[in-house]
Design a protein around this ligand. Structure first.
Ligand code: CA
Length: 356
């Protein structure tokens, strides 16, 4: 039993043995209560569930010393104001997609993973072992925010369209919900990109406010009933080949934690990355099979359309890299790592997948 009565509340309400509490150190027994705001609807499969599993995991690993209460989109702050809320300290932590903050930190679009960029596992290589995460932390430091990779959507789909894309002409005037750099690429290809929070997508597509939307992949798209709102499902997700999601933590709140709780936050975030990626892999396979069974029209973008989108993507990335110093540093690092790692991916996984 935790020895000192005064520590009872902090040392596990179940009264279980707790070596840390037993040492009588007030600091080790202090209980921290954090709020986590997310950009996702409550219990939204994949992204939202991943964030709530992370909150639970931190609570369990810390034996209740760091309690993280999750607030879904709009429960505390709107989905696109999570970054501001963490910066202000309204919440100690957030879970979102980095590219939502492009107006504040242009380089965030590179950490998320740009169009025609690296796959999820290549991107993890850059973030954890190629200097990517250090640059990410440098980019968010002026806002008093520490980013942690938390999850990856894995390869996304090209999206749901109510018109066929048979040539570049079909992109002219296309109104599509597509955020980030992909949206800028679409604009330059003749379309009109919109950014809508997840909860508004289905209605916008069904009522014709938008002609097309991308969302995530088969698992999430099915959960949003998108097969009922559009005629055609296109692949591949050229604009998001493996988007990293982020846990963002208020730097002051983080530095107030003792070392072991900081380690718990960091390790739980890493574990959440693996968990989310694994879940997407499993469930996307299931959902795609169900859609095929249901007769959803699934088709590839034409090669020349993809070729032009790739050309424009590189143009946009080069411009971004020249827009500010942080973006330039980040893009140079990303591109150098990407070129090197692709040498390996091409003769390992790609060669293997082509033959399987
Ligand atoms: Ca997406």
């Amino acid at each position: 039993m935790a020895g000192v009565a005064g520590f009872a509340a902090a040392c596990g309400r179940d009264g279980s043995p707790n070596a840390q509490c037993g040492d009588g150190s007030a600091a080790s027994g202090e209980v921290f209560e954090w709020k986590m705001a997310t950009s996702w609807p409550r219990d939204f499969p994949g992204l939202g569930v991943g964030a709530s599993r992370l909150a639970e995991k931190i609570g369990k690993l810390s034996n209740g010393r760091l309690k993280v209460r999750l607030f879904a989109a709009n429960e505390l702050v709107p989905p696109f104001e999570v970054f501001d809320a963490v910066e202000r300290g309204t919440v100690e932590m957030g879970h979102a997609a980095p590219y939502y903050w492009k107006g504040k930190v242009p380089a965030c679009q590179i950490f998320a993973g740009p169009p025609f960029g690296m796959t999820a596992q290549e991107l993890n290589g850059w973030l954890y072992y190629g200097g990517g995460l250090e640059l990410w932390r440098e980019a968010y430091a002026p806002f008093g925010i520490i980013p942690f990779p938390v999850g990856n959507s894995s390869m996304q789909m090209g999206g749901w369209f109510n018109r066929q894309i048979n040539s570049l002409d079909d992109l002219q005037g296309l109104v599509m919900r597509i955020p980030g750099i992909g949206g800028e690429v679409l604009n330059r290809a003749g379309g009109t990109a919109m950014s809508l929070p997840g909860a508004e997508i289905f209605t916008a597509l069904q009522t014709g406010t938008i002609d097309a939307t991308e969302w995530v992949g088969p698992y999430n798209d099915q959960a949003f009933s998108l097969p009922r709102a559009a005629k055609h499902y296109y692949y591949p997700g050229w604009h998001e080949p493996g988007t990293a999601l982020e846990g963002i933590v208020n730097a002051e709140a983080y530095s107030a934690l003792p070392d072991d709780l900081q380690q718990i936050v960091e390790t739980a975030c890493q574990a959440a990355t693996m968990d989310m990626l694994s879940e997407f892999m499993a469930r996307n396979g299931d959902s795609l099979a169900q859609m095929r069974e249901a007769g959803v029209d699934i088709r590839p973008f034409p090669d020349d359309v993809l070729g032009e989108l790739k050309r424009i993507s590189l143009e946009v990335m080069e411009e971004l890299a020249h827009s500010d110093e942080m973006s330039a540093k980040t893009w140079n690092s990303f591109r150098a790592f990407s070129e090197t790692v692709q040498g390996w991916t091409d003769l390992s996984e790609k060669a293997y997948l082509n033959q399987r």
